[in-house]
Design a protein around this ligand. Sequence first.
Ligand SMILES: O=C(O)CCC(=O)C(=O)O
Ligand SMILES: [Mn+2]
Length: 204
Amino acid sequence: MATAMTRLRVRGFDIWKSYLDSPSQTELISALRPVLKAAPLFSPDTPYGKPMTVRMTSAGRFGWFSDRRGYRYEERHPNGSRWPEIPEPALRIWSDLTGLDRQPDCCLINYYGEGARMGLHQDKDEADFSFPVVSVSLGDDGMFRIGNLTRAGKTESVWLNSGDVVVMGGDARLTYHGVDRIRFGSSRLLPRGGRLNLTLRVVT
Ligand SMILES: O=C(O)CCC(=O)C(=O)O
Ligand SMILES: [Mn+2]
């Protein structure tokens, strides 16, 4: 039986549990396949010189990028090609949840293999924080940590499952968040396991 969609509100984030049913998740994965083929996942270096454990790529006019020069958006994949277009099912999630006419111009695709994590951070490389960030979880469960507007203070954690969508907007647009760990092998959506996260953002 399909699980009913419910909305949690945690520290200003809207967490839509089971937003995508199983056919919609499969549709999104199929739409991502050509994107990952044209723009293969890579492991960016942090500004501190260590490669990230999460592998990444992007779709849209801009792709998020990091190396010793810092965090930024780039118009090309490290292989020199323009990023592929954002798949239609991802744009639909954005429009349905935000109600905005403006489309996102970056869809960051994060892949968490076994042991991958993402430290507590703010999404703050964009020009206009009045636009929300929409984040889609696919595949294995991920433990999502939500903090505060500064790095300090207590945090709360929520398990994100395949099909959940988080909207980070309004007063919580700059709230710290991260992914502590995944439960590798907890979902059968991806044939080789792991977790995919799509993060839709307006960059300019
Ligand atoms: O994987 C996630 O759920 C969060 C990803 C994220 O915060 C980011 O890419 O900025
Ligand atoms: Mn983030």
